[in-house]
Design a protein around this ligand. Structure first.
Ligand code: TUI
Length: 308
């Protein structure tokens, strides 16, 4: 197993998911202070907002943190330069192919770790110089690919020679051990961190996670090019109905990001998009980030064996 704590400069081999509108300085600094790699998520925010988040995070932690760049963002070009200007050490990418930006980041000495939903994209980003890949299964929350973590992680681990970080369906030490068994060197988690004290989302969102059962998530927009896993509610049903009626992808995407805001900031049970992974059913309480991370790794046999 490759040691990614050296690559990330962290205590634990864990990356926080880059959750749009959610992964701000509060969560990023809490995760980095607890021994993982905290991330600020760009979502669709502009450079001024992300610069402010980066600076606030620097004030709250001396540990390494990163920025997740959502490649469907209208600000992606400017964000590419911003992370270099702000001396960000690690960049993760999602929702697209980071190929056009990788050379610039690599030249600036940034560690680049794209999220990939397939073997083909994993191979491509490694050719472009990715330092590791986050392999995200369809169990994950938010925008997802089609293949499950259990099937995809070992296939990517066989196909590339960089460390693999597993994502999708991981919320406790059993998930960490399973990820290691499948050939991963670390994990990325999102859903379990939604139910953390430091996560800056509406209390109703946290309660949705804590109360969710195994079958409570649904994927909207499978027929469009942007499938998104959310907790089932009125909004999810409306989205599915509209996409069946052939409403444009652009309209649907705008609606999704707007309704994510309604979930995150207002806790709007009917109109919000409560993005979450299938593992929400395993999350039973809201805990401090430190407790969540310690629990995941101090109970993981593989972590104890490899990092003792
Ligand atoms: O990006 C995510 N999760 C996200 S992004 C997001 S914001 C959003 N909201 C509505 C519609 C679209 C975005 C909410 N959740 N996870 C990482 C991830 N990346 N999952 C899947 C992918 C992915 C998909 C296709 C990465 C690359 C890709 O490449 C296609 C290509 O161009 O080859």
């Amino acid at each position: 197993m490759k040691d990614i704590t050296e690559l990330l400069n962290t205590k634990y081999p864990l990356i926080q998911g880059g959750m749009a509108n959610i992964a701000t300085h509060e969560l990023a600094s809490a995760v980095s202070n607890a021994g993982g790699l905290g991330l600020i998520a760009s979502g669709a925010w502009d450079t001024d907002k992300i610069r402010e988040e980066i600076r606030k995070t620097k004030e709250l932690t001396d540990n390494t943190f990163g920025v997740n760049i959502m490649l469907m963002s209208p600000h992606v070009e400017a964000l590419t330069d911003l992370v270099i200007e702000e001396n960000v050490k690690v960049v993760t990418t999602g929702a697209g192919n980071p190929g056009p930006y990788m050379e610039k980041w690599k030249k600036a000495g940034i560690t680049v770790i794209p999220v990939v939903p397939s073997v083909a994209l994993a191979k491509r980003v490694v050719r472009y110089g990715a330092d590791a890949v986050i392999v995200e299964g369809t169990e994950a929350g938010g925008h997802i690919g089609d293949t499950s973590t259990f099937s995809l992680v070992p296939q990517v681990a066989d196909a590339v020679d960089v460390p693999v970080i597993a994502a999708g369906g991981i919320a406790d030490a059993r998930g960490v051990d399973a990820a290691f068994a499948l050939g991963a060197s670390g994990v990325q988690v999102g859903t379990v961190l939604l139910a953390s004290e430091e996560c800056p989302i509406h209390e109703n969102y946290k309660q949705k996670i804590v109360k969710a059962r195994d079958t409570d998530t649904i994927v909207t927009g499978r027929e469009t090019k942007a499938p998104v896993r959310v907790i089932k509610n009125k909004m999810a049903k409306k989205y599915i109905e509209l996409s069946r009626q052939g409403v444009s992808l652009e309209e649907l995407e705008k609606m999704t990001l707007g309704s994510l805001g309604k979930a995150v900031f207002n806790g709007d049970a009917d109109e919000g998009s409560f993005m979450a992974g299938q593992v929400a059913g395993l999350v039973k309480s809201v805990r401090p980030v430190q407790e969540i991370l310690d629990d995941m790794f101090l109970h993981s046999r593989t972590y104890k064996e490899c990092y003792a």
